[in-house]
Structure formats: C-alpha cells, structure tokens
Design a protein around this ligand. Structure first.
Ligand SMILES: O=C(O)CCC(=O)C(=O)O
Length: 249
C-alpha cells in the first residue's frame, strides 16, 4: 500500500519499496486552515483580493507576477507555515527511523497558476538540486487550499524510480531564470515505470525520496493550486553547507 491513513501503527515499508507514500490526514486540519488564513491575509497586501486565495493568485499571475513572487518569498515565513514544518519534522523523524535529529532544509509555498508553463516542473529528482547534502532528502508535498486533482495539475511520481539512484541530467533554461535539471532518458524511464498522479486533500501529504522522479502536471482550472513543500534530511553528518540555492548547480 502506498496510500495509508497516518497513525501510530502506520506501516511505512512502502516508502522504501516504492519511494513514496501518501499519508492521509497527517496534518492537523486547524493548522492547514490557519495557513490558508494567513496566506489570504498576506495576499490581500498585494492589493488584489478576489475573496478567494486561488482566484486572487491567478489574477496576480496575469497582472502582477512580481507581487506573486514576493508572496512566494514571504509565505514560508508565516507562523502557521513554520508550525506545519515543525509538525512534519516529527513525521520525517519517524519515517527516517534513525536515532538522530532531522534537519529542515527548506520550506516552500508553491503557487501553480492555470495554464502556466513557467512554474510547472518536468521530470526531476530532488537530490539533483541539492548536490552538497550528505544524505537523501525527504520531501513532503502537501495540497493546502484545494484538493490536488488531475484537473488542477497534481504532481506525478514514477513508482520505484528512486532505485535508479542519482541520475545524470541536462540543464534546461526556462523563462525568467528557472532551470530544469532533466535526467537523461527521462522519457524512457517514464515509459518503463508506473506513473502515479498524487490525488490528495488538504491535510494529506505525499512523502517521497530524493531520487524519486516526479513532475508537475498542467493546471486546467481557473484557480491557482497552492502546495506546501517541506524538505528534511536525517542529520547523519554535520553538512558543510545546508544552503539550497540555484548557485549550487
Ligand atoms: O506540485 C508540483 O507542481 C510539483 C512540485 C515539484 O516538482 C517539487 O516540489 O519538486
């Protein structure tokens, strides 16, 4: 099973086998609501308020991408976002199983506007973006506002692709400074692995290993999909550099 309810006796073995797990109801609902409330208040500071965060972000993407970018920068600094990160660190510690602390690498609010190609990522491995880290990065992907569906471009993963290890990649430049690190033979790998579209509700999380191939899909709705991304490593070493930034690759 890769799709399980989170609880004290949850069987986590599929994380090793398939490279990912869908954890149902792993986030406290009141905390997710607080994140949405704080994000909505932050978004209103841009002067755009459609009375709905998903529609406001879509309008910002059309009319003021600079303001949407500033919202993206500020969002992970919100107190409720930090509380979610602290909550998931406990889950990460349990999944990693090691008797060691877990380090938070970064926290991101991903805004995925309709009909967007700029913020939609092709197949990639998280580890490619973090070459300086000593261990495997564990990522939690959490729909925050609306359920993640096929229509709004929920993330896909390729089951068991983490077993391929770190793959060589090509850098593909995209508009406005974005870079894809596309593994060689990504399409052939996609054809030979089971693609799983991560349909999930706010409160659920998909947790996956650093070498798991995954990508965004096209958002065909009029609402921006809002996702929290939380990344951790087990502190198996004292890393020389915990920065995760574009200048590392
Ligand atoms: O939600 C998405 O669009 C995919 C996110 C993703 O690829 C990532 O966080 O690395």
């Amino acid at each position: 099973m890769t799709d399980i309810a989170w609880g004290i006796d949850t069987d986590l073995s599929a994380y090793e086998r398939d490279g990912f797990l869908i954890l149902r109801n792993v986030l406290p609902r009141d905390l997710v609501s607080r994140v949405v409330g704080e994000l909505t208040a932050l978004c209103a500071l841009t002067g755009v308020d459609e009375g709905d965060l998903g529609l406001s972000c879509s309008r910002l993407d059309r009319e003021n991408q600079e303001a949407l970018y500033r919202l993206y920068l500020a969002a992970p600094r919100l107190p409720a976002f930090a509380a979610l990160s602290a909550h998931l660190a406990g889950v990460a510690a349990r999944i990693s199983g090691a008797d060691l602390p877990v380090l938070s690498i970064d926290t991101i609010a991903l805004f995925s506007p309709p009909r967007d190609s700029r913020l939609a990522y092709n197949w990639h491995q998280e580890n490619s973006y973090m070459p300086g880290l000593p261990g495997d990065v564990m990522t939690f992907w959490c729909p925050l506002l609306d359920p993640a569906t096929v229509d709004n471009g929920a993330m896909s993963v390729l089951a068991a692709s983490h077993r391929l290890g770190r793959l060589p990649y090509r850098k593909i430049s995209r508009p406005r400074g974005y870079t894809d690190l596309l593994p060689h033979d990504a399409e052939a790998i996609a054809a030979s692995h089971r693609e799983h579209v991560c349909i999930a509700d706010p409160g659920d999380a998909v947790v996956f290993q650093g070498n798991m191939l995954h990508r965004s899909n096209h958002n065909a709705t009029n609402r921006t999909r809002v996702t929290g991304i939380f990344r951790y490593i087990a502190a198996c070493d004292l890393p020389a550099n915990l920065k995760f930034s574009a200048d590392m690759y």
